[in-house]
Design a protein around this ligand. Structure first.
Ligand SMILES: Cc1cc2nc3c(=O)[nH]c(=O)nc-3n(C[C@H](O)[C@H](O)[C@H](O)COP(=O)(O)OP(=O)(O)OC[C@H]3O[C@@H](n4cnc5c(N)ncnc54)[C@H](O)[C@@H]3O)c2cc1C
Ligand SMILES: *[C@@H]1O[C@H](CO)[C@@H](O)[C@H](O)[C@H]1NC(C)=O
Ligand SMILES: *[C@@H]1O[C@H](CO)[C@@H](O)[C@H](O)[C@H]1NC(C)=O
Ligand SMILES: *[C@@H]1O[C@H](CO)[C@@H](O)[C@H](O)[C@H]1NC(C)=O
Ligand SMILES: *[C@@H]1O[C@H](CO)[C@@H](O)[C@H](O)[C@H]1NC(C)=O
Ligand SMILES: *[C@@H]1O[C@H](CO)[C@@H](O)[C@H](O)[C@H]1NC(C)=O
Ligand SMILES: *[C@@H]1O[C@H](CO)[C@@H](O)[C@H](O)[C@H]1NC(C)=O
Ligand SMILES: *[C@@H]1O[C@H](CO)[C@@H](O)[C@H](O)[C@H]1NC(C)=O
Ligand SMILES: *[C@@H]1O[C@H](CO)[C@@H](O)[C@H](O)[C@H]1NC(C)=O
Ligand SMILES: *[C@@H]1O[C@H](CO)[C@@H](O)[C@H](O)[C@H]1NC(C)=O
Ligand SMILES: *[C@@H]1O[C@H](CO)[C@@H](O)[C@H](O)[C@H]1NC(C)=O
Ligand SMILES: *[C@@H]1O[C@H](CO)[C@@H](O)[C@H](O)[C@H]1NC(C)=O
Ligand SMILES: *[C@@H]1O[C@H](CO)[C@@H](O)[C@H](O)[C@H]1NC(C)=O
Length: 603
């Protein structure tokens, strides 16, 4: 195996700097100031990009207020394969559940969100997928701003991405398109760094069934269609989050950047802009560990980066939202905008686990405490880390379309983003994995996830109390239309056709019992509703729309409509869920947003 001197020297930098996170404050009593140019609400995926980019200019002062805990030294967060253990219902999660889902037989799945520095980039499953060129071209069309097209965002994609060698240093020729990547950005992206027994069988299937499941050299090059290697936000076998990258050792000690943990923002206060009735948001109120009230001032702007659920929650708590809803809770309406919290789009996901004839699956590690401990010790003792823990749950995945003549198109116009875009995704995992269901304590599995990528259903998030510490009311409306359930059923059938290829003949023993005997469409639909979940990609709850539009929450420059001094930079501004797991889109939006902010203030 090749090793990478680049990675090894980086390791040294990380070790040397590991103990000097000077500007990361654990207590408000340590905070050196109360007035900043910018106050960022939420040190998550989007927020930390803005914090980093604005403080490149040493004349600009920035405070990040993060409700959650530190990510530093948390092994479950650092080790990629342990991602499924980081949430739900842990110290790093907001512990949300959704309202009863009609499309899921009234069930109320957990909906994890990172409650930790790095936000959901610290707790997610590390998949790096940008989406299709069609997705971004549609965002440009929806917002009326050509700055959001795929071509025009390439510069920002590369500002974010630092493509690095995989942990095992293997030759990656033929596993990605080098021309499609950036090598000098901040957040590390890499290919899988440890082989699994399903990799070659998945590839063989893309040859055997090439007309239905073609190989795609690089799903991040604009056209997502086909099956290819999973790129992941990993550096040297460890998670690369917005906290480890954008707030990494070379940035966190900037004297003009302060980051306060355990600081939950509870309300934004506005004053009237001089000479007009436009509210101007400059005061941010927060609590420490849910205690007390502290105010900080943003001289230039408050940036809301609290994510798809907490950003609309904070807008509503601060008087920005549907007047009827606000009045019913006794909140004074500063901006009557009924779009706040509406138009959520998300990806429903159904797992099909297969019992397999192998002991080399992640189940063997998860089910055996001795092996688990020795793998962790080996991961810990090597850099770049060497062992099966260096990858997330998936090494290959793909994006597929329904046939053009599918009967459902007689009832629904095609909601996909365009011809380079999918209706569903298949994700291959060398383990048993079924969100919301405990793993069987024995046996080895492969799971194929079927993910609905072009949902027609839209969900909502709102509040039903003025208590800022209560959870917002979240309704993703999973499998909420006939179109969405049709795609789910077809995607499950596609997964089974895939697993029926000869490459699996001596490997798959049979279906996991929960879906054995579901053969008709009606039985498959019932299985989807009985076991389906979200894959936690909610966007659109504070969507951008054209300047002057009668709907939408932010303008194309992400400033809040009808307000001064307030901008939103997180997943909530993305109008429609992309052909992707959503972190890359958030990074890309945030990179461009930081330039828009710099331009607006000439900084
Ligand atoms: C379990 C899980 C797995 C996922 N897997 C993948 C994956 O494999 N690949 C992928 O691309 N995407 C994945 N995603 C989705 C992706 O991680 C998110 O879409 C993205 O990170 C969201 O970024 P954000 O900036 O909008 O929000 P976040 O990154 O969640 O940041 C919001 C931050 O604001 C803080 N905050 C919230 N409210 C307040 C407040 N009132 N005061 C102060 N701070 C506050 C939060 O604690 C958090 O740190 C996954 C998500 C989850 C939850
Ligand atoms: C979520 O639950 C865990 C475990 O009980 C707890 O440690 C954590 O603080 C909770 N998160 C929030 C935001 O309350
Ligand atoms: C990687 O593999 C390709 C194709 O097999 C080959 O052309 C190339 O020389 C290899 N690179 C290295 C560094 O070995
Ligand atoms: C914060 O500012 C608001 C608005 O000016 C004010 O009403 C509130 O009392 C302040 N809180 C503290 C703790 O100073
Ligand atoms: C505002 O909320 C009320 C109460 O939920 C709802 O009936 C109404 O349709 C909403 N207004 C708009 C314009 O969406
Ligand atoms: C939802 O988005 C659509 C455009 O995609 C828009 O026409 C509609 O007005 C939005 N609804 C709300 C309540 O904002
Ligand atoms: C658990 O792992 C250890 C160490 O690899 C191995 O010796 C043992 O046989 C395993 N136990 C089972 C039940 O597989
Ligand atoms: C990981 O290694 C460090 C030293 O490099 C050691 O302090 C720590 O205990 C190890 N942790 C585990 C779980 O092996
Ligand atoms: C769609 O076309 C294919 C051939 O291209 C055919 O086999 C299939 O039956 C058609 N399906 C429908 C629903 O018409
Ligand atoms: C508010 O919504 C939450 C979350 O859905 C729910 O648990 C709670 O019972 C609701 N409270 C009221 C007062 O309706
Ligand atoms: C599996 O493949 C066999 C032939 O190889 C075929 O007869 C059967 O219909 C296939 N089943 C599915 C579910 O595709
Ligand atoms: C399991 O694999 C072994 C070879 O590794 C093979 O001999 C055996 O027939 C397989 N069993 C099944 C049920 O396919
Ligand atoms: C599936 O059907 C077979 C044959 O009818 C039966 O033996 C088996 O128990 C069923 N499995 C499940 C999980 O329902």
């Amino acid at each position: 195996m090749l090793s990478s001197t680049g990675l090894r020297s980086l390791a040294l930098v990380t070790i040397l700097a590991a103990h000097s996170y000077g500007a990361l404050y654990e207590s408000v009593s340590q905070l050196p100031g109360w007035t900043y140019d910018f106050v960022i609400v939420g040190g998550g995926t989007g927020g930390n990009v803005i914090a980093n980019r604005l403080t490149e200019n040493s004349d600009v002062s920035v405070l990040v207020l993060e409700a959650g805990v530190s990510d530093r030294g948390v092994q479950d967060i650092e080790i990629p394969l342990l991602a499924p253990f980081v949430t739900p219902n842990t110290a790093y999660d907001w512990n949300y559940t959704v309202v009863p889902q009609q499309g899921l037989d009234g069930r109320q799945p957990n909906y994890p969100r990172g409650y930790v520095l790095g936000g959901s980039s610290s707790v997610n499953y590390l998949t790096y997928t940008r989406g299709s060129s069609d997705d971004y071209n549609r965002y440009a069309e929806i917002s009326g701003d050509s700055g959001w097209t795929w071509d025009n965002l390439q510069y920002y994609i590369r500002r974010n991405e630092r493509f690095t060698p995989p942990a095992d240093g293997h030759n990656t020729t033929g596993q990605y398109d080098p021309a499609a990547h950036g090598y000098s950005g901040i957040n590390s992206v890499t290919l899988p760094g440890y082989p699994t027994p399903i990799d070659q069988r998945v590839l063989k299937t893309t040859q055997e069934l090439s007309s239905e499941f073609p190989f795609n050299l690089d799903m991040n090059a604009g056209d997502v269609l086909g099956i290819g290697w999973t790129q992941e936000t990993i550096l040297g076998g460890a998670r690369s989050s917005s906290a480890t990258s954008y707030l990494g050792p070379q940035y966190i000690n900037r004297p003009n950047l302060h980051v306060l943990l355990h600081a939950q923002v509870t309300k934004l206060f506005a004053s009237k802009t001089e000479g007009s009735n436009v509210p101007s948001f400059h005061t941010v109120q927060f609590a420490e560990n849910r205690q007390g009230n502290f105010n900080v001032t943003a001289n230039k702007e408050v940036i809301l980066s609290a994510g798809s659920f907490n950003t609309p929650q904070l807008l509503l708590l601060s008087g920005v939202g549907n007047k009827t809803v606000l009045e019913s809770l006794g909140i004074e309406t500063l901006i009557n905008n009924p779009s706040v919290g509406q138009n959520m789009s998300d990806h429903p996901l159904i797992a099909s686990p297969f019992l397999v004839n192998s002991t080399q699956t992640s189940d063997s590690i998860f089910d055996n405490a001795t092996l688990f401990a020795s793998e962790i010790a080996q991961w810990n003792a090597t850099y770049p880390h060497e062992d099966p823990l260096v990858d997330g749950l998936t090494t290959l995945l793909g994006w597929l379309r329904l046939p053009d003549n599918s009967s459902i198109f007689q009832k629904y116009p095609d909601p996909s983003a365009g011809p380079h875009s999918s209706h569903y995704e298949l994700i291959f995992s060398n383990a048993f994995a079924m969100p919301g269901s405990p793993s069987p304590s024995t046996g080895n599995y492969m799971t194929i996830f079927s993910n609905v990528i072009s949902p027609v259903a839209r969900g909502t998030v709102t509040i039903n109390t003025t208590n800022p510490f209560a959870q917002p009311v979240i309704d993703p409306n999973l499998l909420g239309t006939d179109f969405d359930i049709y795609v789910a059923v077809e995607a499950i059938k596609a997964a089974r056709r895939f697993a029926n290829a000869s490459a699996w003949a001596d490997y798959i023993i049979g279906p996991y019992e929960a879906w054995a005997n579901t053969t008709t469409d009606a039985e498959i639909e019932a299985y989807a509703r009985r076991t389906g979940n979200s894959v936690w990609h909610a966007v659109g709850t504070a969507t951008m729309s054209p300047k002057g539009a009668s709907w939408g929450v932010v303008d194309p420059d992400l400033t809040v409509k009808g307000a001064n001094g307030l901008r939103i930079v997180d997943a909530s501004v993305i109008p429609i869920v992309p052909n992707a797991h959503t972190q890359a889109a958030v990074y890309i939006f945030a990179e461009r947003a930081s330039d828009l902010i710099k331009a607006a203030w000439k900084i």
